[in-house]
Design a protein around this ligand. Structure first.
Ligand code: MG
Length: 407
């Protein structure tokens, strides 16, 4: 598994046959990462041959994407949408399928490059199928690492898959790690914007409303991840992700609050040198790196203008006001099934917050009480397989639901 790019790989581009476009599959083609990827593909269509596009339930969006990209196969996860998708693509020659098994089958078809951008644990089976096929996998799905990190990385190694991280912090670290040898890494630092409550007191945060929490200062993302950025749970999940992706122990992973979101990740080397990854907050920059790797491709993305940014500031995260970071770190250190339970409980808690059922600070309380209860029930075993991780995820959601009901 090529998790760490070697110095050679990063500096000397691999020979590429210009006559052979790269074949690819887009899992999650109609989501925000998928749409950004489509933008990049359309800027240089001769370079890529899209075999398969997979969406959730948006028939019109998937059909449009399939036709625009000239894909051969279009699949929706929602089995009820089969007839509508067939109608929408009638006469185009695009093969059509729907349902969870069809998504996995599509992900198993041989291609050079796959985007794994189906969000949540729903994205695990197809990412696993793709990784078992080998090749390059640009992964935008945190659950592959947080819920099933150990078995997922084992499968990647076994099948010689190359994992390219789409998440901005990990993408920056991945790039910076090319500047030296793994054994010379002292620590890896992920930055956090600090979210909308960076300067709020704990008392203010106790009464924070849904609209307050959804007001992310630098990135425009989905509701769940925006709430995770407000609690800093997102950064906690990213620490776990980094641990598996880069094979680094928790002690070598750190978080720094950086409100401008210009520096996304840093690698500290044992000689005192630091390499950082900087970029404008445009998702297409990260995806383009994964698309071109190990080369770089021209993009029309926003260019970083540091003179315009002016000041970059950094702060140590406050574990008192943002206990999610401490709990996630503990889960990473305990290991086993803890990260999977943490993630599942957090999803239930964020949903409950967004429904107005619990307060903002209760999100983390629910996660913590679920972890304690899961430990009592002997649920924190290390998932033996990705399938096992999905079972644990379901059990942990049910447990969190019971905790919520009894709270
Ligand atoms: Mg991120």
């Amino acid at each position: 598994v090529t998790v760490l790019p070697t110095r050679e790989a990063a500096v000397v581009p691999a020979p590429r046959a210009d006559t052979a476009p790269r074949s690819m599959t887009l899992l999650g083609a109609t989501g925000s990462v998928g749409r950004s990827t489509v933008d990049l593909l359309l800027a240089d269509p001769a370079r890529y041959r899209v075999e398969t596009v997979v969406g959730g339930r948006d028939v019109a969006a998937l059909a449009r994407t399939a036709v625009t990209l000239g894909a051969r196969f279009a699949v929706l996860a929602d089995p009820e949408s089969y007839a509508a998708l067939s109608d929408a693509l009638a006469g185009t020659g695009v093969e059509v399928a729907a349902g969870a098994d069809a998504v996995v089958e599509a992900a198993s078809r041989p291609v050079d490059w796959t985007l794994a951008a189906i969000s949540g644990t729903a994205g695990l089976p197809s990412a696993l199928a793709a990784i078992r096929r080998g090749g390059h996998l640009a992964i935008a799905n945190k659950e592959c690492f947080v819920c099933a990190g150990v078995p997922f990385m084992r499968e990647a190694a076994r099948h010689g898959a190359t994992i390219l991280p789409v998440d901005s912090e990990h993408n920056a670290v991945f790039q910076a790690l090319a500047g030296g040898r793994r054994q010379d890494v002292e620590k890896v630092v992920l930055t956090a914007s600090g979210g909308p409550f960076r300067n709020w007191s704990r008392a203010q945060m106790e009464t924070a409303g849904i609209a307050d929490a959804l007001r992310h200062p630098t990135w425009s993302m989905g509701r769940k991840i925006t709430i995770d950025s407000a609690t800093l749970m997102n950064k906690g999940l990213e620490l776990i992700e980094a641990h598996h992706l880069f094979g680094l122990p928790p002690a070598q992973l750190d978080v720094l609050v950086h409100p401008q979101s210009v520096v996304h990740g840093l690698v500290h080397w044992r000689d005192g040198s630091v390499l950082a990854g900087l970029a404008a907050t445009d998702m297409r920059i990260l995806i383009s790196y994964c698309l071109g790797w190990p080369e770089r491709i021209e993009t029309q993305c926003a260019k970083l203008d540091l003179a315009k940014v002016g000041t970059l500031s950094f702060e140590t995260p406050d574990f008192e006001r943002f206990p999610a970071l401490r709990i996630a770190r503990d889960a990473l250190e305990v290991g086993g099934g803890s990260p999977a339970v943490l993630n599942a409980a957090n999803e239930i808690a964020v949903e409950a917050f967004l429904q107005g059922r619990i307060g903002f600070m209760e999100i983390v309380n629910l996660v913590e009480s679920t972890l304690i209860q899961a430990d009592r029930l002997g649920m924190l075993r290390t998932p033996a397989s990705v399938e096992d991780a999905m079972v644990l995820d379901r059990e942990a959601r049910a447990l969190a639901g019971r905790q919520l009901a009894s709270a």
